[in-house]
Design a binder for this molecule. Structure first.
Ligand code: 13P
Length: 257
């Protein structure tokens, strides 16, 4: 059975400026020589900085990712950015269905599914983000909500495409709050995700799929969370804006591998 290569992503969101992004990318590149041998490392700057950050990453092995893409190929879609445009800039990865796009911007599940289809059809690698809100969790609906998000987004994804797909479990209540899921919460959620994948595909796919955790990950909590079986790394927000913290998280994930 294929072993799962760990993954760490730094989602910079709408933060920083051009000079700061380039400096962050240079520092992360310089400090990640060992980690990139063992894990996939990706940074996700905002659209306007992709090209410069990509240049700063150079041949370090840290890949360039975008935070979103259009579900459309091209045409009259003011403000949107297509998969082809991203590929033109050297982008290899894209986030799809991040909770801020679902819950703040209002993206519906159908649009998330279309974006994932567009990403994979274009040859991009995708991180599909799923996760429940606090209200959904308190109502006891967390597993069902995540299963529904997976069923909807994955309905047209073939098993051959899974080598270009990572699932990020990001409980909305843990994002940007400083309160991460407990290791036990993460283990349970990841087990449920793999059980949904087993029902959508089969047992082998559920074992080989990469599933990572996101939500207030830090150098202080990453080791216990990625020690849980079934947790293959992390998607990092706030801590990825500080090179030292992001590199410490990447090293901890590489050590756990
Ligand atoms: P924080 O690490 O800031 O909680 O953000 C997580 C996230 O949304 C990554 O995509």
């Amino acid at each position: 059975m294929r072993t799962r290569r760990p993954f760490v992503g730094g989602n910079w969101k709408m933060n920083g400026d051009l000079a700061g992004g380039v400096e962050l990318a240079e520092t992360v590149s310089a400090g990640s020589r060992e980690a990139v041998m063992a894990i996939d490392m990706v940074v996700f700057p905002a659209f306007p900085y992709l090209q410069s950050v990509g240049r700063a990453l150079g041949h370090s092995g840290v890949a360039l990712g975008a935070q979103d893409l259009s579900a459309e190929a091209n045409g009259a879609f003011t403000g949107e950015v297509s998969a082809e445009m991203l590929l033109d800039l050297g982008v290899q990865w894209v986030l799809v269905g991040h909770s801020e796009r679902r819950h703040v911007i209002g993206e519906r599940e159908e649009l998330v599914a279309d974006k994932l289809r567009m990403a994979l059809d274009s040859g991009l690698r995708a991180v599909l983000c799923v996760g429940e809100t606090r209200a959904e969790r308190l109502a006891g609906d967390a597993h069902e909500v995540v299963a529904r998000q997976l069923r909807s987004a994955l309905s047209s994804v073939d098993r051959e495409e899974w080598d270009r797909l990572v699932i990020a479990y990001e409980p909305v209540w843990a994002i940007g709050t400083g309160v991460s899921a407990t290791p036990a919460d993460a283990r349970e959620a990841h087990r449920e995700i793999r059980s949904t994948l087993a029902s959508l595909y089969d047992a082998e796919l559920s074992e080989t799929a990469r599933v990572v955790y996101g939500g207030s990950l830090s150098p202080g909590n990453v080791t216990t969370i990625v020690a849980e079986p079934g947790v293959d790394g992390g998607l990092v927000g706030g801590a990825s804006l500080r090179a030292d913290d992001f590199l410490a998280i990447a090293s901890a994930i590489a050590r756990a591998a």
